[in-house]
Design a protein around this ligand. Structure first.
Ligand SMILES: Cc1cc2nc3c(=O)[nH]c(=O)nc-3n(C[C@H](O)[C@H](O)[C@H](O)COP(=O)(O)OP(=O)(O)OC[C@H]3O[C@@H](n4cnc5c(N)ncnc54)[C@H](O)[C@@H]3O)c2cc1C
Length: 168
């Protein structure tokens, strides 16, 4: 996936395969080697969205129906799975207590348990996106220094990895 501005995306789509391969090779700093072949290209806008309410009586939104996140950190599926696990938890607890598992009161527990976590992740990924979009040399240097510091600090790196894997 190549995420870029609308204008650059439009220009990239107009290129023939050979020129596109060259652009891709450069964008990847040749880390993939020479790109020699691409398949059909598609484009669509990426939008961060977050539902104001996840639940109504007998209805619950989970996954991308409740929130869409920029795919740069690969977090969309994790958030959806955490939503699903939380929803199952509150419904099973209600069932065990012989309560209506789809009442608004039960479903609100799911919403409360997931919304703040989702907000945190949406905001963090959006911040990362803004940071990577910056072309200012000072910001770029600070970004590179910050990332290499995190890379060398295993305690911070492990905590971030655990967080991203959903162990929270
Ligand atoms: C380019 C891109 C790259 C991504 N990369 C990653 C990644 O690396 N890691 C990651 O974790 N996440 C990634 N994501 C996000 C991830 O794909 C989504 O978060 C995830 O697929 C959401 O799952 P979902 O089941 O909630 O929704 P979806 O996967 O969108 O599933 C919804 C399903 O409902 C169907 N549907 C819609 N309307 C109806 C209807 N009226 N009746 C019946 N069916 C209907 C749709 O066809 C679809 O199959 C990426 C997203 C994009 C766009």
């Amino acid at each position: 996936m190549w995420s870029t501005s609308h204008d650059e995306a439009a220009a990239l789509l107009k290129l023939n395969d050979k020129d596109f391969c060259e652009q891709l090779t450069t964008a990847f700093d040749k880390k993939l080697g020479e790109v020699i072949q691409v398949s059909q290209r598609y484009h669509f806008p990426l939008r961060m969205r977050h539902a104001k309410n996840y639940v109504q009586e007998r209805i619950a939104l989970i996954g991308d129906a409740a929130h869409t996140i920029h795919p740069l950190a690969g977090q969309g599926v994790n958030l959806g799975l955490l939503d699903a696990a939380s929803l199952v938890d509150v419904m099973m607890t209600a069932l065990h207590k012989r309560r209506d598992f789809s009442s608004l009161a039960t479903l609100r527990q799911y919403e409360r348990s997931r919304k703040s976590d989702n907000v945190m992740m949406l905001a963090s990924v959006d911040l990362l996106k803004q940071l990577f979009a910056q072309q200012n040399a000072l910001v770029k240097n600070a970004r590179t220094a910050g990332l290499s510091l995190i890379d060398r600090c295993s305690f911070v790196k492990n905590r971030l990895t655990r967080y991203a894997l959903g162990n929270r």
